[in-house]
Design a protein around this ligand. Structure first.
Ligand SMILES: NC(=O)c1ccc[n+]([C@@H]2O[C@H](COP(=O)([O-])OP(=O)(O)OC[C@H]3O[C@@H](n4cnc5c(N)ncnc54)[C@H](OP(=O)(O)O)[C@@H]3O)[C@@H](O)[C@H]2O)c1
Length: 338
């Protein structure tokens, strides 16, 4: 399988990424038993198919170590010169507290060591409490570490538009914000996307496939409850579906997507991902990967050859128009964490 050139974009400078990123939260627990050997071996299939970009975090269980082990095996198999083909984007999610240079650098050093890299491709920073302006101190130190060569680019995760504006106005260069964005959760369209366009910031989206609920398997299925929601991811996004409009409306959405999918000979998941890839400011869509347990590589590759037309979008929009406005129910991007 080779992905077309349209599968890639420049996230920042000369760093290109695959526009479908492989999400590693799924190796952190709550998504079935992950075997480390099988998981790292599975990473080769993703890379070899063209899915070269990984999304992880300091708190995603063994994810950073998996990157380190993958890189070691990759260098042995393909030669160290090819390591530049791999992009691994981690996050730093600090506990509240004073953000000294020492605290920040110690956290970065842990990720560098675990991932077996000299420099982090992208460090995505999270902050729990906007009432504490320490996030600006942390970002100031991170920017210095970037300039010193420990980090290539700085990103954020789950920041709202207001705080993104504050950060941008301080002159700290940010290349991306990772936010929840799907046909169900379209909050980024309210304020975030336009701001990102204006400031050259790319959105990396998660929850786009709603933990797999946005797929053929759930079309016509009764409303899942309890153990029927098999992963933490499905539990998380089922709550989002409930806030958005509920299971019967979600079934209407799946039906509309299935008609569009049939027209193009693709899957419901393909249409869901394509819709978000085509939205303003979106650089990439992260698709969770239960490494060694399940994979959808061939199916997801079809996203890059799919072009939706006005009829398709109108059919989908007719359902979305009946939903609640999550911006007024929850607030801006990331407010669900605060
Ligand atoms: N910054 C944050 O706060 C945050 C929060 C959540 C997630 N994330 C990031 O986003 C990533 C994505 O996680 P997510 O929870 O949002 O999950 P997701 O990507 O919405 O769903 C992943 C699941 O979708 C299913 N799937 C994938 N491709 C498919 C296809 N073509 N057809 C049918 N089903 C398909 C798979 O289910 P099966 O394995 O069951 O087949 C997979 O496990 C995470 O790994 C993480 O990197 C970030």
């Amino acid at each position: 399988m080779t992905l077309p050139a349209s599968s890639r974009t420049a996230l920042a400078g000369n760093m290109t990424i695959c526009r479908l990123l492989n999400g590693m939260w799924q190796v952190a627990g709550g998504h079935g038993g992950i075997d480390p050997h099988r998981a790292v071996e599975a990473m080769f299939a993703y890379h070899d198919a063209g899915f070269t970009t990984w999304d992880l975090a300091d708190h995603y269980g063994p994810a950073e170590e998996f990157i380190g082990e993958f890189r070691r095996q990759f260098a042995a198999r393909y030669g160290a010169a090819r390591l530049g083909e791999v992009q691994a984007f981690t996050k730093w999610v600090p506990q509240p507290g004073r953000m000294t240079r020492r605290t920040v650098e110690a956290a970065v050093d842990i990720s560098l060591r675990r991932m077996a890299v000299d420099r982090l491709d992208l460090l995505q920073f999270h902050w729990w409490d906007y009432a504490d302006p320490g996030y600006l101190d942390a970002l100031h130190h991170l920017a210095e570490l970037r300039d010193a060569g420990k980090i290539r680019h700085l990103g954020l995760t789950n920041f709202d538009t207001e705080r993104l504006r504050v950060i941008t106005e301080t002159g700290i260069r940010i290349v991306s914000n990772q936010v929840q964005y799907s046909l169900v959760d379209r909050r980024p369209e309210a304020r975030m996307a336009a701001f990102c366009t204006q400031h050259g910031i790319g959105l990396l989206t998660y929850g786009t496939l709603l933990g797999g609920l946005l797929s053929q398997a759930w079309l016509g299925a009764p409303e899942p409850r309890g153990v029927a929601l098999a992963t933490w991811s499905q539990q998380k996004y089922k709550r989002m579906i409930d806030a958005w409009g509920g299971w019967p409306l979600f079934q209407e959405l799946l039906l509309a997507l299935s008609l569009v999918a049939q027209r193009h000979g693709v899957s419901i998941a393909n249409v869901g991902a394509r819709c978000i890839l085509d939205r303003e400011a979106v650089a990439g869509v992260i698709v969770g990967a239960r490494l060694g347990l399940s994979e959808h590589l061939a199916d997801n590759a079809r996203v890059f050859n799919l072009a939706l037309d006005a009829d398709d979008l109108a059919r989908i929009e007719a359902v979305l128009g009946k939903s609640r406005d999550l911006m007024s129910v929850i607030g801006d991007c990331g407010d669900e964490y605060r």
